[in-house]
Design a protein around this ligand. Structure first.
Ligand code: TXA
Ligand code: MG
Length: 331
């Protein structure tokens, strides 16, 4: 299958893409977080193509995207707190897990769960596509399973060329990390995946919220996606504090390796391969992790960031990319 990449500004793009979706095909499109791989969420066969194209385990449910808040009631049963979240954060990078309405969505969208994750994206291309399609769109991130999520159309093409027919190129995504996923069926609600809408922001609107720890499997039903390795470049990744002495010691000890140092613009240290996280770490993170695969690095050191605000989402992704490993130094 040939993969076409079309610019979002091109005439007739949305009508064409909507027709393909209605015909049961997949369309990749930008959102404010990362690129998504969409299919009509009521079409079981189309949704099955998503799992196949991504190589995604079938027990990992998909997020359903809608174009207006009102549509939520067709598919889910929001609680009072869920309505407050929608009012405050939709359109935006917040996925609400709610009880699903029976027999309206394709079974494979929810991977057999009684809940569904929904969000209204805040991106003109995603919203125009949802409007043209006049249907809910199931869309996971448009990467091959296990790879960093795509923040550019080129990333989608690199991962899914010849597996999907159409990519709408809307430029770089703004936030660069996937949406916050909150389980609204629990009291208090539980953050299953941290993202652009932070715990502090949620607390201001709905009061107490809990955070699912990667480890406390028994206490909370985690987002099934959290159990898989994610976001990982080919070479092994280690976290390190952004501390010049520590980094210098690590680089000296690793003289036999081709080390790629992935660090923000504030870090002035030279390394055999230097990949910048710029000033907006969230926006640049996945691009930087993918760039590692274009080098001959045998080991990747990534500097850690503080965990306040969106830092907690950044560290969540980095911990996963590193498989929880920190480079040990003596200084
Ligand atoms: O920003 C985003 O959320 C992007 C864009 C395209 O919208 N989408 C995205 O989808 O990241 P995906 O499939 O890569 O991640 C969805 C996460 C997975 O960890 C999945 O397990 C979890 O949300 N999830 C989906 N439905 C769920 C449910 N009913 N209960 C618990 N977790 C759910
Ligand atoms: Mg994903």
């Amino acid at each position: 299958m040939d993969t076409r990449v079309v610019q979002a500004q091109q005439q007739g793009v949305y009508e064409q893409a909507a027709q393909m979706l209605r015909d049961g095909e997949l369309v990749a499109f930008p959102t404010e977080t990362v690129y998504g791989l969409g299919a009509v969420a009521t079409d079981e066969q189309a949704v099955a193509k998503i799992f196949e194209a991504k190589g995604r385990p079938s027990d990992n449910p998909l997020i359903v995207h809608i174009g207006t808040t009102e549509q939520v009631e067709q598919f889910a049963q929001p609680t009072a707190l869920a309505y407050r979240c929608m009012e405050a954060f939709w359109p935006g990078p917040l996925t609400l897990v709610m009880d699903v309405k029976e027999n309206v969505l394709a079974q494979n969208v929810t991977a057999g769960l009684t809940t569904v994750g929904m969000r209204m994206p805040d991106h003109p291309v995603a919203l125009a596509l949802l409007k043209a399609a006049q249907a809910p769109i199931a869309a996971p991130s448009a990467n091959r399973s296990g790879k960093p999520s795509p923040t550019r159309a080129q990333h989608v093409f690199d991962d899914l060329q010849n597996r999907i027919p159409l990519i709408i190129d809307g430029g770089r995504t703004g936030i660069g990390l996937e949406s916050t996923v909150v389980d609204m069926t629990q009291t208090p609600p539980v953050i299953l995946r941290p993202g652009g809408v932070t715990k502090e922001m949620l607390t201001r609107v709905i009061g107490e919220v809990k955070e699912a720890k990667l480890t406390d499997a028994k206490e909370v039903p985690r987002a099934p996606g959290m159990k898989y390795t994610h976001y990982a470049p080919e070479a092994p990744v280690y976290l390190i504090e952004e501390n010049p002495q520590k980094i210098a010691q690590a680089l000296a000890a690793l003289a036999d390796e081709r080390v790629a140092l992935v660090a923000p613009a504030s870090c002035k240290i030279e390394a055999p391969i230097r990949i910048s996280l710029g000033e907006d770490i969230a926006a640049n993170l996945y691009d930087a992790l993918r760039a590692c695969d274009e080098t001959d690095a045998t080991l990747i050191l990534v500097t850690a960031t503080s965990t306040g605000g969106v830092g907690s989402a950044i560290m969540n992704r980095l911990e996963k990319a590193a498989g929880g490993r920190w480079y040990q130094t003596t200084v």
